[in-house]
Design a binder for this molecule. Sequence first.
Ligand SMILES: C[S@@+](CC[C@H](N)C(=O)[O-])C[C@H]1O[C@@H](n2cnc3c(N)ncnc32)[C@H](O)[C@@H]1O
Length: 233
Amino acid sequence: MSQDTNYDTFAEAYSAENETSLLNAFYERPATLQLAGDVRNRRILDAGCGSGALAKALVDRGAAVTGFDASHAMVSLAKDRLGETTDLVVADLGQPLPFDDNAFDDVVASLVFHYLEDWAGPLREVRRVLRPGGRLIMSVNHPILFPWNNPGTDYFKPTRYSDEFVFNGKPAVLTYWHRPLHAMTDAFTSAGFHIEAISEPPYAADTPPELIPSPLKERDSFLSFIFFVLRKN
Ligand SMILES: C[S@@+](CC[C@H](N)C(=O)[O-])C[C@H]1O[C@@H](n2cnc3c(N)ncnc32)[C@H](O)[C@@H]1O
Protein backbone atom coordinates (compact mmCIF):
# COMPACT_ATOMS: atom_id res chain seq x y z
CA MET A 1 0.00 0.00 0.00
CA SER A 2 1.29 3.46 -0.81
CA GLN A 3 2.25 5.56 2.20
CA ASP A 4 1.31 9.22 2.70
CA THR A 5 3.93 11.81 3.44
CA ASN A 6 2.77 15.30 4.31
CA TYR A 7 6.29 16.72 4.18
CA ASP A 8 5.38 18.55 0.95
CA THR A 9 3.36 21.01 3.04
CA PHE A 10 6.26 22.04 5.34
CA ALA A 11 9.36 20.92 3.41
CA GLU A 12 11.29 24.20 3.57
CA ALA A 13 10.52 24.78 7.25
CA TYR A 14 11.47 21.21 8.17
CA SER A 15 14.65 21.41 6.13
CA ALA A 16 15.73 24.66 7.81
CA GLU A 17 15.05 23.19 11.26
CA ASN A 18 16.88 19.94 10.43
CA GLU A 19 19.99 21.94 9.47
CA THR A 20 20.75 23.18 12.97
CA SER A 21 18.49 21.30 15.42
CA LEU A 22 19.71 19.29 18.38
CA LEU A 23 17.75 16.25 17.22
CA ASN A 24 19.04 16.20 13.64
CA ALA A 25 22.27 18.15 13.33
CA PHE A 26 23.79 17.21 16.70
CA TYR A 27 22.26 13.81 17.42
CA GLU A 28 20.72 11.77 14.60
CA ARG A 29 23.09 12.74 11.78
CA PRO A 30 26.41 12.46 13.68
CA ALA A 31 25.29 9.15 15.19
CA THR A 32 24.40 7.72 11.77
CA LEU A 33 27.70 8.94 10.29
CA GLN A 34 29.61 7.37 13.16
CA LEU A 35 27.83 4.04 12.68
CA ALA A 36 28.54 4.19 8.94
CA GLY A 37 32.27 4.67 9.56
CA ASP A 38 34.59 5.01 6.56
CA VAL A 39 32.30 5.35 3.54
CA ARG A 40 34.90 6.22 0.90
CA ASN A 41 33.94 4.69 -2.47
CA ARG A 42 30.88 2.97 -1.00
CA ARG A 43 27.68 3.04 -3.06
CA ILE A 44 25.04 4.29 -0.63
CA LEU A 45 21.29 4.62 -1.04
CA ASP A 46 19.68 7.26 1.23
CA ALA A 47 16.08 6.10 1.76
CA GLY A 48 13.79 8.97 2.79
CA CYS A 49 16.63 11.39 2.09
CA GLY A 50 14.60 14.52 2.87
CA SER A 51 16.40 17.63 1.71
CA GLY A 52 19.72 15.77 1.55
CA ALA A 53 21.74 16.84 4.60
CA LEU A 54 22.92 13.29 5.34
CA ALA A 55 23.46 12.56 1.64
CA LYS A 56 25.69 15.66 1.42
CA ALA A 57 27.72 14.56 4.45
CA LEU A 58 28.19 11.13 2.88
CA VAL A 59 29.23 12.64 -0.48
CA ASP A 60 31.71 14.88 1.36
CA ARG A 61 33.19 11.73 2.94
CA GLY A 62 33.74 10.12 -0.45
CA ALA A 63 30.64 7.96 -0.94
CA ALA A 64 28.68 7.62 -4.19
CA VAL A 65 25.17 8.48 -3.05
CA THR A 66 21.72 7.90 -4.54
CA GLY A 67 18.69 9.22 -2.68
CA PHE A 68 14.94 8.97 -2.79
CA ASP A 69 12.02 10.44 -0.89
CA ALA A 70 8.25 10.25 -1.22
CA SER A 71 7.97 14.05 -1.03
CA HIS A 72 8.48 15.95 -4.30
CA ALA A 73 9.29 19.13 -2.35
CA MET A 74 11.96 17.38 -0.31
CA VAL A 75 13.58 15.86 -3.39
CA SER A 76 13.56 19.27 -5.03
CA LEU A 77 15.37 20.79 -2.02
CA ALA A 78 17.85 17.90 -2.05
CA LYS A 79 18.53 18.57 -5.75
CA ASP A 80 19.21 22.24 -4.95
CA ARG A 81 21.70 21.16 -2.28
CA LEU A 82 23.42 18.31 -4.11
CA GLY A 83 23.30 19.33 -7.76
CA GLU A 84 24.70 16.69 -10.09
CA THR A 85 26.70 14.88 -7.39
CA THR A 86 23.79 12.67 -6.43
CA ASP A 87 21.07 10.78 -8.25
CA LEU A 88 17.79 11.82 -6.56
CA VAL A 89 14.32 10.49 -7.30
CA VAL A 90 10.80 10.55 -5.90
CA ALA A 91 9.93 7.04 -4.70
CA ASP A 92 7.96 5.42 -1.90
CA LEU A 93 9.64 3.08 0.58
CA GLY A 94 6.29 1.26 0.80
CA GLN A 95 6.47 0.32 -2.89
CA PRO A 96 8.89 -1.63 -5.12
CA LEU A 97 12.03 0.53 -5.40
CA PRO A 98 13.31 1.74 -8.80
CA PHE A 99 16.82 0.31 -8.28
CA ASP A 100 18.60 -2.85 -9.46
CA ASP A 101 19.32 -5.90 -7.33
CA ASN A 102 22.64 -5.76 -5.41
CA ALA A 103 23.18 -2.12 -6.47
CA PHE A 104 24.37 -0.70 -3.11
CA ASP A 105 26.95 -1.38 -0.40
CA ASP A 106 24.84 0.40 2.22
CA VAL A 107 21.33 1.75 2.62
CA VAL A 108 20.84 4.53 5.18
CA ALA A 109 17.29 5.20 6.37
CA SER A 110 17.19 8.03 8.88
CA LEU A 111 13.88 8.63 10.66
CA VAL A 112 11.69 7.19 7.91
CA PHE A 113 10.69 3.62 8.83
CA HIS A 114 8.53 4.88 11.73
CA TYR A 115 6.07 6.26 9.17
CA LEU A 116 5.41 2.76 7.83
CA GLU A 117 2.86 0.34 9.24
CA ASP A 118 4.33 -2.63 7.41
CA TRP A 119 8.08 -3.19 7.54
CA ALA A 120 8.20 -6.59 5.77
CA GLY A 121 7.82 -5.27 2.20
CA PRO A 122 10.18 -2.29 2.63
CA LEU A 123 12.84 -4.45 4.31
CA ARG A 124 12.52 -7.02 1.49
CA GLU A 125 13.09 -4.24 -1.06
CA VAL A 126 16.04 -2.76 0.85
CA ARG A 127 17.59 -6.22 1.09
CA ARG A 128 17.08 -6.79 -2.64
CA VAL A 129 18.98 -3.62 -3.63
CA LEU A 130 21.86 -4.34 -1.19
CA ARG A 131 24.78 -6.48 -2.30
CA PRO A 132 25.40 -9.63 -0.22
CA GLY A 133 26.99 -8.48 3.05
CA GLY A 134 25.71 -4.92 2.55
CA ARG A 135 24.42 -2.90 5.49
CA LEU A 136 21.17 -1.17 6.37
CA ILE A 137 21.85 1.63 8.88
CA MET A 138 18.61 3.03 10.21
CA SER A 139 17.16 5.22 12.95
CA VAL A 140 13.58 5.47 14.16
CA ASN A 141 11.70 6.91 17.11
CA HIS A 142 12.75 4.98 20.20
CA PRO A 143 9.97 2.53 21.16
CA ILE A 144 9.86 3.98 24.67
CA LEU A 145 8.74 7.38 23.34
CA PHE A 146 5.08 6.62 22.66
CA PRO A 147 4.21 4.98 26.02
CA TRP A 148 6.48 7.47 27.86
CA ASN A 149 4.67 10.45 26.36
CA ASN A 150 1.22 8.83 26.48
CA PRO A 151 0.76 7.20 29.91
CA GLY A 152 -1.76 4.37 29.93
CA THR A 153 -1.04 3.23 26.39
CA ASP A 154 0.08 -0.31 25.62
CA TYR A 155 3.80 -0.58 24.80
CA PHE A 156 3.25 -3.97 23.15
CA LYS A 157 0.48 -2.87 20.76
CA PRO A 158 1.52 -1.41 17.40
CA THR A 159 -0.27 1.94 17.36
CA ARG A 160 -0.66 4.83 14.94
CA TYR A 161 -0.21 8.20 16.63
CA SER A 162 0.39 11.85 15.78
CA ASP A 163 2.59 14.52 17.33
CA GLU A 164 2.47 18.27 16.78
CA PHE A 165 5.65 20.21 16.05
CA VAL A 166 6.74 23.69 15.12
CA PHE A 167 9.45 23.61 12.44
CA ASN A 168 11.24 26.91 12.02
CA GLY A 169 8.09 28.71 13.18
CA LYS A 170 5.67 26.65 11.05
CA PRO A 171 3.22 24.21 12.74
CA ALA A 172 3.27 20.61 11.47
CA VAL A 173 1.74 17.28 12.42
CA LEU A 174 3.67 14.04 11.96
CA THR A 175 1.91 10.68 12.12
CA TYR A 176 3.94 7.63 13.14
CA TRP A 177 3.62 3.96 13.89
CA HIS A 178 4.75 2.87 17.35
CA ARG A 179 5.91 -0.73 17.65
CA PRO A 180 7.70 -2.51 20.49
CA LEU A 181 11.39 -3.37 20.17
CA HIS A 182 10.79 -7.06 19.57
CA ALA A 183 8.55 -6.24 16.59
CA MET A 184 11.45 -4.28 15.06
CA THR A 185 14.07 -6.98 15.65
CA ASP A 186 11.69 -9.75 14.52
CA ALA A 187 11.07 -7.84 11.29
CA PHE A 188 14.83 -7.53 10.66
CA THR A 189 15.61 -11.20 11.20
CA SER A 190 12.53 -12.38 9.26
CA ALA A 191 13.62 -10.22 6.32
CA GLY A 192 17.08 -11.85 6.27
CA PHE A 193 19.19 -9.32 8.16
CA HIS A 194 21.74 -10.03 10.87
CA ILE A 195 21.57 -7.45 13.68
CA GLU A 196 25.08 -6.08 14.07
CA ALA A 197 24.38 -3.19 16.46
CA ILE A 198 21.53 -1.62 18.40
CA SER A 199 22.58 1.83 19.53
CA GLU A 200 21.22 4.50 21.90
CA PRO A 201 23.98 7.05 21.49
CA PRO A 202 24.49 10.40 23.19
CA TYR A 203 24.18 13.69 21.36
CA ALA A 204 27.39 14.91 19.73
CA ALA A 205 30.23 16.19 21.90
CA ASP A 206 30.28 19.48 19.97
CA THR A 207 26.58 20.25 20.61
CA PRO A 208 26.23 23.95 21.50
CA PRO A 209 25.30 24.00 25.21
CA GLU A 210 22.37 26.36 24.58
CA LEU A 211 20.66 23.64 22.48
CA ILE A 212 20.68 21.09 25.31
CA PRO A 213 17.59 21.22 27.54
CA SER A 214 18.68 21.52 31.19
CA PRO A 215 17.22 18.16 32.35
CA LEU A 216 19.54 16.43 29.83
CA LYS A 217 22.75 18.27 30.63
CA GLU A 218 24.19 15.64 32.98
CA ARG A 219 23.24 12.67 30.82
CA ASP A 220 25.52 10.74 28.53
CA SER A 221 22.69 9.13 26.60
CA PHE A 222 19.74 10.68 24.86
CA LEU A 223 16.46 8.82 24.66
CA SER A 224 14.72 9.87 21.53
CA PHE A 225 15.81 7.66 18.64
CA ILE A 226 17.12 4.13 18.36
CA PHE A 227 19.70 3.14 15.76
CA PHE A 228 20.33 -0.22 14.09
CA VAL A 229 23.14 -1.57 11.94
CA LEU A 230 21.86 -4.59 10.00
CA ARG A 231 23.77 -6.79 7.61
CA LYS A 232 22.26 -8.65 4.66
CA ASN A 233 22.73 -12.39 5.32
C1 LIG B 1 12.13 13.06 9.50
S1 LIG B 1 12.39 13.31 7.77
C2 LIG B 1 14.08 12.72 7.66
C3 LIG B 1 14.80 13.18 6.43
C4 LIG B 1 16.23 12.70 6.35
N1 LIG B 1 16.31 11.25 6.31
C5 LIG B 1 17.02 13.24 7.51
O1 LIG B 1 17.24 12.49 8.48
O2 LIG B 1 17.41 14.40 7.45
C6 LIG B 1 11.48 11.95 7.07
C7 LIG B 1 11.50 11.91 5.57
O3 LIG B 1 10.92 10.66 5.18
C8 LIG B 1 10.11 10.89 4.05
N2 LIG B 1 9.13 9.81 3.94
C9 LIG B 1 8.07 9.57 4.73
N3 LIG B 1 7.43 8.46 4.32
C10 LIG B 1 8.12 7.99 3.25
C11 LIG B 1 7.96 6.88 2.39
N4 LIG B 1 6.95 6.01 2.54
N5 LIG B 1 8.84 6.70 1.38
C12 LIG B 1 9.87 7.57 1.20
N6 LIG B 1 10.07 8.65 1.98
C13 LIG B 1 9.20 8.85 3.01
C14 LIG B 1 9.50 12.25 4.29
O4 LIG B 1 9.00 12.82 3.10
C15 LIG B 1 10.69 12.99 4.89
O5 LIG B 1 11.48 13.64 3.91
